[in-house]
Design a protein around this ligand. Sequence first.
Ligand SMILES: *Cc1c(COP(=O)(O)O)cnc(C)c1O
Length: 361
Amino acid sequence: MPRPIHASIDLDALRHNYLLARHKAGSARALAVVKANAYGHGIGRAIQALGGVADGFALLDLAEARALREAGITAPIALLEGFFEPADLAEVQALGLIPAIHSDAQLGMLERATLAGPIDVLVKINTGMNRLGFTADTFTPALARLRAVPAVRGITLMTHFAHADDEVGVAGQLATFRRISAGLDYPVSLANSAALLRFPEAAGQLARPGIMLYGGSPMPDLQSAEALGLRPVMTLSSEIIGVQEISAGERVGYGGTFVADGPTRVGVVACGYADGYPRHALTGTPILVGGRRTRTLGRVSMDMLACDLSHLPEAGIGTPVTLWGEGLAADEVAAAAGTISYELFCALAPRVPVSVRSAGA
Ligand SMILES: *Cc1c(COP(=O)(O)O)cnc(C)c1O
């Protein structure tokens, strides 16, 4: 028998969350962001859930874009970092991808390319994130160069918000965007999940929801995924494979960071950081054992972690454990580990077997 750890992907929940995003987008279209192997959920599974449903997709990797096209997806596909070398351009054109153009280097490649047909592009404007894009000073000449490239057909202006999920909000960057793009009549793409949920008026014509599709709250400190109407997509489960009864003063795990203050029943779970569980999750991280909530104890090992069964006498070897997902928000586990659900999902290790669930399949 393989180790009992297992991840299950709920395709219906993914579809539900996408449809919620599209509803929030109003008249805008919503590109499902499926970068990073659909935030660790599997690009093929995202296609299963969203193919024929999503208005379009956004990702980074040409190979993932190819997988979408090979699966018969004809909807628009945006490349959020654009292309990286001249050789990419022929395939971008052939697959009908919409690259983000954010640098003079990319403009140069476009100018020198001989393309077999037209391409649509997103022009990335840096409104304060200071990651990718043209600034107030460089945007106008960049747009002029782009418009002079005969193969360039549709142009959409795009920016990315740095504070859509916190108290700063999007007003400042939105004002900068409007100033830089004043007088231009191109469609715009602005909102990630947090902006779409908090500032739907800033959705533009093409929203780019990511984390909310996978059931993570983009702002867990402000609103839980459940309160937002999102359903968990990935459930990571395992089982108790060992039990220890310890007394006051005894310790658990590497470094003995947990010290029992009384008789404690310790459950050992087949899940560790080599499965993608965050090693930074401290004692007290929530975990479900037999559907009941308890806490982790001590440091997470490579292949195992410990939890408190003191108030769960019925739990023992073979009792099912939920690390996150159905019944326990990944956001809560992430918070206890000082990170965000995005990182937990993306870190799911290749050694964890994955299955899909869908009422319709
Ligand atoms: C990842 C990404 C998104 C999606 O962000 P979420 O916070 O996951 O909704 C949108 N736009 C760009 C440019 C991105 O890189």
